[in-house]
Design a protein around this ligand. Structure first.
Ligand code: DGL
Length: 276
């Protein structure tokens, strides 16, 4: 598996929460991380805008990156663009979508929360997930772009605004039945990056994300058993961005901590449409 190349895509840096799960299962896997930071955030864009933009960015990346598989580590993109990507690309595509099924199986109270972007909450894909896997469960949704932007800014060096995070969580309490919630689906890949903060704020809720399940699926699809880290192997993990950032130092540090190299501008990014 170590010679297989994986491309992991997100609008921003949330996909790193999925990467760390994949690296935990397959430390020798060669990875490319691709952030469409020029068009971040995706959460408030229409399904059509997300579909067109994600397809364009990924196709451009695949002109220079020899990937064996694509992971769309973004719920907002996955719930919009998966069929289109599978139609256009000749490599397997794994999406990350809210872990509604897992939460519906785990809840004791019968009420769960879905914390995602406004786009993910509104998508037909998400509604179908709820109908198919949580028919007997009350699902209370909160769509927040603010939370995504708070986390992204934090990665770029801004102090995490805990009060603003708590304010978003209070939106669950304000909805009918909110007091019965015992589990929250983290339906945006940015959110597991501050899972410890969520746990601190609401210790009585279970916080559920898709990362570990995706890692298992990716590794089984790459037709490999989990491997042990091999110090003698050169593991290449490159980080590509559609636009350079002014906070390169903080970002570089964060990428290093997640096992990736310094941020580089995606070749041919200048040819992307403004589509942001
Ligand atoms: N990490 C993306 C997700 O999982 C963030 C979406 C955004 O750019 O708003 O939904």
């Amino acid at each position: 598996m170590s010679n297989k190349q994986l491309l992991v895509f997100d609008s921003g840096l949330g996909g790193l929460s999925v990467c760390r799960e994949i690296i935990a299962v397959s430390p020798n896997l060669q990875m490319h991380y691709l952030s469409d930071n020029a068009a971040f955030p995706y959460g408030g864009k229409t399904q059509q805008a997300v579909t067109e933009r994600a397809l364009e960015v990924i196709e451009t990346a695949l002109e220079t990156i020899q990937a064996d598989m694509l992971v769309v580590a973004c719920n907002t993109a996955s719930t919009a663009v998966l069929p289109t990507l599978r139609e256009h690309l000749n490599i397997p595509v794994v999406g990350v979508v809210p872990a509604i099924k897992t939460a519906a199986a785990l809840t004791r109270s019968g009420t769960i929360g879905l914390l995602a972007t406004p786009g993910t909450v509104a998508r037909e894909y998400t509604k179908t997930l709820i109908t198919e896997h949580a028919a007997n469960t009350q699902v209370i949704s909160v769509g927040s772009s603010a939370l995504v932007e708070i986390i992204e800014a934090h990665i770029h060096g801004v102090n995490l605004d805990i009060e603003a995070v708590d304010e978003v969580l209070r939106e669950f309490d304000e909805q009918a039945g909110g007091e019965k919630i015992d589990s929250i689906v983290l339906g945006c890949t940015h959110f597991p990056l501050i899972k410890d903060v969520f746990i601190e704020l609401r210790q009585d809720w279970q916080w559920i994300d898709s990362g570990a399940a995706i890692a298992t699926r990716v590794c089984s699809l790459l037709n490999s058993q989990p491997t042990q880290a091999n110090e003698s192997n050169h593991i290449s993990r490159l980080a590509w961005f559609t636009q350079t950032t002014s906070t390169t130092e903080q970002l570089t540090h964060y990428m290093f901590r997640h096992g990736f190299g310094a941020p580089q501008r995606l070749p041919r990014a200048s040819q992307l449409s403004s589509g942001a």
